[in-house]
Design a protein around this ligand. Structure first.
Ligand code: FE
Length: 201
């Protein structure tokens, strides 16, 4: 749980969570240590840093990249990132003339194991509705302008299938280590609303 206080429905949700937590602990229904472990998982262990490691590995290791496309779930688990809800991970590749974008038009299905919890905008009704109809317009709002002849592929996630975008490795990154590469890779680039930017000189 974030300790940041936000106005509106979020603070109400935070209060309810607090109340539920106290109640469960008081009734002895949850072990406080298990709860701490869960919170640690969501705060520190699950997040876009995992997906970034997957992408960086794929950039430097052609065999790994091949396995990633053949069986995304298994290849992502190879790096220690297991899916949490029995979903299958599918990795889709961006190219100079192909840009993939991930959405869940129904609700907010997201590749948690690779990217952590979804950002608020991903869950928002406008993003969900517009990405299906006007993916280029959505990308433009994120500052991503595609060449007119580029192909856009929209991937609609669901409970069973979750997509991760493999962004293009930017120019000027030859000779960078896997770790240095991972530091360049953003969550948004793995959802498909941004490119990975070359390192600032
Ligand atoms: Fe969903």
């Amino acid at each position: 749980m974030s300790t940041k206080t936000t106005p509106g429905p979020d603070s109400d949700a935070a209060l309810r969570v607090k109340a539920l937590e106290s109640l469960l602990l008081e009734k002895g229904l949850v072990d406080p240590k298990a709860l701490d472990e869960l919170i640690d998982t969501f705060e520190n262990k699950v997040g876009p840093q995992n997906g970034a490691k997957v992408v960086a590995r794929a950039w430097v290791d052609a065999d790994y990249k091949k396995r990633l496309f053949e069986d995304g779930t298994a290849a992502i688990a190879e790096l220690g990132f297991e899916v949490m809800q029995g979903e299958r991970m599918v990795v889709v590749e961006n190219k100079a003339d192909v840009q993939n974008i991930v959405v869940c038009t129904l609700c907010s299905c997201f590749p948690w194991a690779a990217l952590g919890p979804p950002p608020v905008w991903y869950k928002s009704a406008p993003f969900r509705a517009r990405t299906a109809n006007d993916p280029r317009g959505v990308m433009r709002e994120f500052g991503l302008e595609l060449p007119p002849d580029a192909e856009v592929r929209v991937w609609d996630s669901n409970a069973e299938l979750r997509y991760l975008v493999l962004p293009e490795r930017p120019a000027g990154t030859e000779g960078m280590s896997e770790e240095e590469l991972a530091a360049l890779i953003t969550r948004d680039s793995m959802i498909g609303v941004a490119k990975v930017e070359p390192p600032v000189k």
